[in-house]
Design a protein around this ligand. Structure first.
Ligand code: COA
Length: 360
């Protein structure tokens, strides 16, 4: 099955603000091992994950999204009224109906267009493509938020998935900018085998019933090995495709931010793309897999740690259920006018801890 080749040009759009929200509660591997047949050593060696954040019982995805969205607008120095649209990339909406984005918009005090993007863990990359197009079409800023409460769809008694996921939200403000360069983008989907990573029931195919609840099939399940292989293959191919379309090579990439699912997946993709670990940003050790929130959370973390300098070329890749995948090149703060975050613009390309160090 092939995807149509399209002309891929970067768009004159840049990121004017970043926001992040992580719930207060931190759950370590040892915390999980207290109730699950697993161990800190197993989780660290297979995934690189040391801890993740859990939303409080009263928090839903919109609560996380609102906090990250407000932070991004403040970072950009913009008011809600300046924004032409709000996109929320999520696969864990507050409700099946309505979408989460209108709830976020209402909390931010606006009636502009607001809609959800559900491409699972690739949702932020898909939203970035849509938000970029909207910012140009409307000639106005667009607020894009990736927000997830993954712990609500994960069976806490299933060690195969419970150890992987965390909750959080990250947001960007996209602005039309003649000096900006957003793209090229590569996005793709293959829905032939959705059971590789899915919630089998609870939707319109098989609505919730007492039988469903008893079988616990409303929780997410996954064939880990298949997901792993596809994640590496698809993110590598998408990354190579955007580099080729841009006439660039991996040597031009100042910072690589892949979907933070698993440190081994990030390492494998980085190696295949020819990107040194020193140019790869990792947050999966601290956040776990936050699905559609992982890339904007990692971007905000990189900026706050001073790992992004004006004019830097950033490569983003993502992969998720569907299957869905994507990659994008962007120029960070093209004119040097953007906020430097708490890192103060200090650029530090130190190599991140190796898996062995993460394992302590
Ligand atoms: N603790 C201890 N043992 C566990 C475990 C846990 N949390 N989870 C699974 N196991 C067991 C399995 O039951 C299996 O046991 P068996 O061989 O007796 O049947 C065994 O560990 C599998 O081990 P292994 O083959 O070494 O695991 P792995 O190296 O394939 O790692 C994953 C498993 C899930 C970490 C890995 O496949 C993965 O990361 N896949 C991608 C997941 C992902 O990123 N999903 C989201 C994508 S957006």
């Amino acid at each position: 099955m092939s995807s149509a080749k399209r002309r891929m040009r970067p768009s004159p759009v840049s990121i004017a603000g970043l926001g992040a929200y992580l719930p207060e509660k931190v759950v370590t591997n040892d915390d999980l091992a207290a109730t699950l047949d697993t161990s800190d050593e197993w989780i660290r060696s297979r995934t690189g994950i040391a801890q993740r954040h859990y939303a409080a019982p009263e928090q839903a995805t919109s609560d996380l999204a609102i906090a990250a969205g407000k932070a991004a607008l403040a970072d950009a120095g913009l008011a809600t009224d300046d924004v032409a649209a709000i996109l929320v990339a999520t696969t864990t909406p507050d409700h099946a109906v309505p979408g989460t984005a209108p709830l976020v918009a209402a909390a931010l005090g606006t009636e502009v267009a607001a809609l959800d993007v559900n491409a699972a863990c690739s949702g932020f990359l898909y939203g970035l493509r849509m938000g970029t197009a909207l910012a140009i079409a409307e000639d106005a800023p667009v607020l894009l938020i990736g927000a997830e409460t993954m712990t609500r769809i994960v069976d806490p008694t299933d060690r195969n998935v419970a150890i992987l996921f965390g909750d959080g939200a990250g947001a960007v403000v996209l602005v039309p900018d003649a000096a900006g360069s957003m793209g090229p983008f590569v996005l793709g989907a293959d829905g032939r085998d959705p059971s590789m990573l899915w919630t089998e029931t609870g939707g319109t195919r098989t609505p919730v019933s007492s039988a469903v609840l008893e079988a616990r099939t409303h929780y997410m399940t996954m064939r880990g090995g298949d997901v792993y292989r596809n994640a590496v293959t698809r993110m590598t191919a998408a990354g190579l495709e955007v580099l080729e379309a841009a006439g660039r090579t991996s040597a031009d990439v100042d910072l690589f931010i892949g979907h933070q699912a698993n440190l081994r997946i990030l390492d494998a993709v980085g190696q295949r793309l020819g990107i040194d670990a020193a140019h790869t940003h990792v947050t999966v050790d601290q956040h776990g897999n936050t699905s559609g929130a992982s890339v904007p959370l990692a971007l905000a973390d990189a900026r706050d740690r001073g790992r992004l300098a004006p004019g830097d070329t950033v490569l983003l890749t993502a992969f998720g259920a569907g299957l869905t995948w994507g990659a994008c090149l962007l120029t960070w703060d093209p004119t040097g006018a953007g906020s430097a975050g708490s890192g103060g613009g200090r650029v530090d390309r130190r190599a991140r801890p190796a898996v062995s160090e993460v394992q302590q």
